[in-house]
Write a new protein. Structure first.
Length: 252
């Protein structure tokens, strides 16, 4: 049986904290140690970004002329827009109150994933950027968490994205290690014996969304969760495998 366990008692994370040690303490308090084969530790992007020092004081940001122009168009803080431009490779859509970009990691998302909510007390003039390399961070965290265990576990770094043509956000994986983030079922047969032609399963995204049921989006203060009881498929690829290449962009 699959179960989802929120980790409630993590402290406010600061740059340079030993996140693996703090997570291990929280898991111990929740009675979830030792870790088991099939466990997936889901860590929200915010605490990883905080630990990696990705907080920016907006007072230090000098908007470029392009940022000022785009800020007028979108009715947003020009300092925030400057950070968005630094983190993105393309502007997908810019209208009043909406700015959709292609992030340097390939994600198409609002404001290059830059966040100003739930980033800590006294943070009204600060902004939090995505990690530099979430897949690498997931790998490092996995190695730290599983260093004294023979169990096969995995780590997923989660964020929340909106989706074209649908209201609301869902959890997605921006980093993953220890599991196949994308499971390719092409060539398999369905129950009627028909060959699957296009089926690929974004397993890491499914796991991130499942964890979001307990981590939440508001004041829940649950920055991580353990999913237990999964039968993880063999193989491994990172969350970057889920990002559709530019030459397969269906909306251009």
């Amino acid at each position: 049986m699959i179960s989802i366990h929120p980790l409630y008692d993590l402290p406010e994370i600061a740059a340079g904290d030993d996140l693996a040690a703090l997570l291990r303490t929280s898991l111990s308090s929740a009675g979830l140690l030792p870790l088991q084969t099939g466990d997936v530790l889901v860590v929200t992007q915010k605490i990883l970004s905080k630990m990696e020092g990705r907080m920016v004081d907006l007072a230090t940001v000098v908007p470029s002329p392009g940022a000022i122009e785009l800020a007028e168009q979108t009715r947003k803080d020009p300092r925030l827009i400057e950070l968005v431009l630094q983190e993105s490779t393309a502007i997908v859509r810019a209208v009043p109150n909406i700015l959709i970009t292609r992030h340097r990691l390939g994600h198409v998302m609002a404001n290059s994933g830059i966040d100003r909510s739930n980033i800590g007390p006294g943070a009204t003039e600060r902004a939090l950027l995505l990690p530099i390399d979430p897949d690498r961070s997931a790998r490092q965290l996995l190695e730290a968490m599983s260093s004294n265990s023979d169990s096969r576990m995995a780590v997923v770094i989660s964020d929340s994205f909106g989706r074209p043509w649908r209201h609301g956000v869902v959890g997605v994986a921006i980093g993953a290690a220890g599991l196949p983030a994308l499971v390719d079922r092409r060539g398999d047969q369905d129950r009627d014996g028909r060959r699957l032609e296009v089926t690929q399963i974004a397993l890491a995204d499914q796991i991130a969304t499942a964890a979001a049921l307990v981590t939440g989006e508001g004041a829940e203060s649950v920055p991580a969760a353990l999913i237990r009881g999964l039968n993880l498929p063999e193989g491994e690829n990172c969350a970057g495998a889920i990002v559709r290449p530019m030459d397969e962009d269906l909306f251009q």
